[in-house]
Write a protein that binds this ligand. Structure first.
Ligand code: XUL
Ligand code: CO
Length: 434
């Protein structure tokens, strides 16, 4: 036991807890919601990087957090793992996620980094034997080290492509070994700062080949988790190739991977792309590629990826509505890719942030389940499109031609009568649940 969380007890569901007590007031893991236990429906995960590796910097200042494991040594990495699993014990959430660089010290070369990584992966494996926490996904950090400054798979230098391929291989191996349920690729620097020095067509080809290699390797080693791409339009690069769900889908089609790869959709990234979270979820669901979510929001004033814990029930409810509508998560879950504000120095801040976020998600998904069960939105949608249920409309869609349709418009004097979209009525409806 470390003393990092000294005095903080495991958090329990207690809707009657005193106002200043740390408790889940809405998240009861055993409550049945939408036909499943809430824990199995939400599938919460803690992100290693923000919670245990991030030092609290911003563009104007460096580290604000002082953590006893902030050293690049194996001993410190093990201490960090001890503290992480202590927090998992306090929160009781079922999953966690990591990048290679979050958990191991960087070595002098690839082989040394790999040895460090393997040692810590084994350490995590041992800890997981006595903890209930499982691995939702692993991923490779191909964006922090300076070698990746011009991209990983899309780098102009083939040696960086090779180094990245070796790194991803080792991260898939580790994810497989730890029983991870997904493997995520977020192309943090797979994009460009300026087109003046960029061969966009070539970089896109490299990214496609890289992803084909990832999928081939997954099958080769028998990893049956889901490969997920996490779209983001920009930051850190000015333009990122995995811009949004629609862009990534056309990329997958281009490289024959649409049946192999799904999406990990992050709330804040959707907003950066000029969409709502529910738009990205609804589109991915319609395309059959909705896999998992990163449930962290941006500050709407700063317009940047501030990775804040969720705190807005109506937003969260509309997101879970799309997830429940598709039948819920399979291998995916709700990862808090969220960091504290840099003044939130105390261990208690870290625990309270997750507890609050889990409660917000519980409220959101319960509202979503109630809306889905009530069926008001689906009935309204069905009514709005009911004209398409008729045989003539279906026939037109299937085998109509512009000239045959034009003939019918004239012969039947088709003269459309505009109908109300009933937006305010539907907004009032949603407000009753959230
Ligand atoms: C960055 C981001 C990443 C990915 C994993 O914006 O979301 O943390 O989730 O690499
Ligand atoms: Co993310």
């Amino acid at each position: 036991m470390t003393d990092f969380f000294a005095g903080i007890e495991p958090v329990r569901f207690d809707p009657e807890a005193p106002a200043d007590a740390l408790a889940y007031r809405h998240y009861d893991p055993d409550e049945m919601v939408g036909g499943k236990r809430l824990e199995d429906q939400l599938r919460f995960a803690v992100a290693w990087w923000h919670s245990f590796a991030w030092p609290g910097g911003d563009p104007f200042g460096g580290q604000t957090f002082e953590r006893p494991w902030f050293e690049d040594t194996i001993e410190a990495a093990k201490l960090k793992a001890d503290v992480a699993f202590e927090m998992f014990g306090i929160l009781g959430q079922p999953f966690y996620c990591f990048h290679d660089a979050d958990i191991r010290p960087e070595g002098a070369n690839f082989s040394e980094s790999q040895r460090n990584f393997e040692e810590i992966v084994d350490y995590l494996g041992e800890k997981m034997q006595s903890a209930k926490t499982k691995l939702l996904w692993g991923t490779a950090n191909l964006f922090s080290h300076r070698r990746f400054m011009a991209g990983a798979a899309t780098n102009p230098d083939p040696d960086v492509f090779a180094y990245s391929a070796a790194t991803v291989k080792s991260c898939i191996d580790a994810t497989h070994k730890l029983g991870g349920q997904n493997y995520v690729l977020w192309g943090g620097r797979e994009g460009y700062e300026t087109l003046l020095n960029t061969d966009l067509a070539r970089e896109r080809q490299q990214a496609g080949r890289f992803l084909q290699m990832v999928v081939d390797y997954k099958h080769k080693i028998g990893f049956d988790g889901t490969i997920l791409i996490e779209p983001k339009p920009q930051e850190p690069t000015k333009h990122q190739y995995d811009y949004d769900v629609g862009t990534v889908y056309s990329f997958l089609k281009d490289f024959g991977l649409e049946g192999e790869v799904k999406m990990n959709i992050e709330q804040g990234h959707a907003i950066l792309a000029g969409h709502s979270f529910e738009h990205e979820l609804a589109l991915a669901s319609a395309l059959g590629i909705l896999g998992s979510i990163d449930m962290n929001r941006n500050d709407y004033q700063s317009g940047w990826d501030t990775d804040q814990f969720p705190n807005n029930v109506p937003e969260v409810a509309l997101a879970y509505y799309e997830i429940l509508k598709m039948g819920g998560f399979t291998t995916g879950g709700t990862n808090f890719d969220a960091k504290l504000r840099r003044q939130s120095l105390d261990p208690m801040d870290l625990v309270a942030a997750h507890v609050g976020a889990m409660d917000i998600c519980a409220r959101g998904i319960k509202a979503a389940a109630a809306m889905l069960e009530d069926g008001g939105l689906e009935t309204a949608r069905a009514e709005r499109y009911s004209g398409w249920d008729g045989a003539a409309a279906q026939e037109m869609l299937k085998s109509g031609t512009l000239d045959s349709i034009a003939e019918r418009v004239v012969s039947q004097d088709i003269n459309p009568r505009p109908q109300s979209g009933r937006q305010e009525i539907l907004e009032n409806y949603v407000s009753r649940f959230v």
